[in-house]
Design a protein around this ligand. Structure first.
Ligand code: 4NP
Length: 165
């Protein structure tokens, strides 16, 4: 398998996308595939830059044996070229990243450089049929569990797809 570079994106980069990053890294470690991937996460907003993942998100992940190593950062245009795939958590994130990509497309005299494939992570769910990974930030504990249920399902499907090539 050639090296794959994946960026998970949500709004604040403190709940859903750090969880997606941690869940995917956990799967890679289990399968001994860490060397084949570069995995990162980012937010479309910049309010929490530099912060670790939300304490409630980290606690829910730790209960499943999953560590969330991320520090929040905001997505930047260079990410569209640094990564092979950008996996978004909801429609707002998808539109924001697509808008960033359209802005790049319109710049004159840009040499043609490859751009990441941008897609909703829920596309890779097998057990669940949902469009969005719901934002858990203003809700209760069940929301964080739901995020992890969806992301474990989606990340498993994503890894299977990438291994198939
Ligand atoms: P995330 O959740 O996008 O899953 O990281 C959020 C975290 C913070 C805020 C919104 C969503 N906020 O408005 O501060």
């Amino acid at each position: 398998m050639t090296e794959q570079r994946l960026l998970f994106v949500c709004l604040g980069n403190i709940c859903r996308s750090p969880a997606a990053e941690g869940v995917f890294l956990h799967l890679l470690a289990r399968e001994g595939l860490e060397q084949q991937f570069v995995v990162d996460s980012a937010g479309t907003g910049g309010w929490h830059v530099g912060n670790p993942a939300d304490r409630r998100m980290r606690a829910a992940a730790e209960r499943r044996g999953i560590h969330l190593p991320s520090r929040a950062r905001q997505i930047e245009t260079a990410d569209l070229h640094r990564f092979d795939r950008i996996l978004t958590m909801d429609d707002d994130n998808l539109r924001a990243v697509q808008a960033l990509a359209r802005g790049l497309d319109r710049q004159p005299h840009q040499p043609k450089v490859p751009m990441a494939r941008i897609e909703p992570i829920t596309r890779y769910c097998g057990r669940f049929q949902v469009r969005d990974v719901p934002d858990p930030y203003y809700g209760g504990e069940a929301g964080f569990e739901q995020v992890l249920d969806l992301l474990e399902d989606a990340c498993f499907g994503l890894l299977q797809e990438l291994r198939r090539g």
